[in-house]
Write a protein that binds this ligand. Structure first.
Ligand SMILES: [Zn+2]
Ligand SMILES: [Zn+2]
Length: 282
């Protein structure tokens, strides 16, 4: 093994009950030299579920940090890894679905935290109210079923959620049964967003892991501590038309978590679109 590996001989916990080690473990171990120990018995649903029975506590970053720390506590490791995803509408184009994945690392050796990120439209995240099996099957085809599993919201108080539907036979059986039972004559089908049920999401977690590795490998130019990454942004890019500062980002600010050294990197644009200017386009 190369002695340049930042975590050679170190153990990292990874708290996941949805098989995220499939994508995180191989690349992370290969890039850093650490050994990942998976903790899959702990019920991470306690930190929140996508099907909303348990709301997530805090922000996405805070939830990922809590999981990473729980894993370290359970396994007694110096490094803790965890991932947390969120889904919703695209921030600028609300009719497009959006996925943000965070892979979080707590490093007690260097006393720092680093997270990798993926954010984009690559997701099948969607839901639909259906009144017939035909409608349900059409939704399933669009959602990439059966490689991507589905969940059903029966709207029934007693058995509201049926999860992990992954064959056409099962889909037919459950949809027929729950439509017959439904007081409303309809049920809601949703894409299953748990990592082991959703290969597209799994791929996004891999991308976030790669981003984490890239950040780990960035070293502080002053003290050489790893994880020298963007910590803040500087806005105020001047408007192309009137020259006044806008809310657009002008530079990224890198910061070392150890010695607090900061570095400003210009984003490469020197003028903002007047459409983004509060004076030209109030
Ligand atoms: Zn430093
Ligand atoms: Zn302007």
């Amino acid at each position: 093994m190369n002695s340049d590996f930042v975590y050679k001989g170190t153990k990292a916990s990874l708290l996941t009950k949805h098989c995220k080690e499939r994508v995180i473990k191989p690349v992370f171990e290969k890039a850093t030299g650490c050994e990942i120990i998976v903790e899959s018995q702990f019920d991470t649903d306690l930190f929140g579920t996508f099907t909303r029975e348990i709301p997530r506590q805090g922000t996405q970053i805070e939830a990922a940090r809590m999981k990473a720390q729980k894993g370290m506590e359970l396994l007694g490791t110096a490094l803790g890894l965890a991932s947390e995803g969120s889904f919703g509408a695209h921030p600028a184009t609300p009719f497009l679905p959006w996925n943000r994945e965070i892979v979080f690392l707590t490093d007690r050796i260097n006393k720092i935290e680093i997270f990798g990120e993926y954010a984009g439209c690559e997701t099948n995240f969607s839901s639909m109210e259906v009144k017939s099996l035909t409608e349900a099957e059409a939704f399933a085809r669009k959602a990439g079923f059966p490689e991507h599993f589905l969940v059903i919201n029966t709207k029934d108080e007693e058995k509201k959620w049926i999860k992990g539907i992954q064959t056409w036979e099962k889909l037919k059986e459950i949809v027929t049964w729950s439509l017959k039972k439904s007081k409303y004559g309809s049920i809601t089908l949703e894409t299953d967003m748990r990592a082991n049920a959703n290969p597209t999401r799994m791929l996004n977690i891999l991308k976030a892991t790669e981003n984490l590795i890239q950040k780990i490998n960035q070293k502080c130019p002053r003290c050489e501590t790893i994880g020298f990454a963007v910590a803040d942004f500087k806005s105020g890019l001047p408007c192309e038309s009137c020259g006044l500062p806008t809310g657009e980002i002008m530079a990224e600010i890198y910061k070392c978590q150890k010695c607090s050294y900061t570095m400003e990197v210009l984003v490469g644009k020197d003028k903002a679109d007047p459409g983004r200017c509060p004076f030209c386009n109030p």
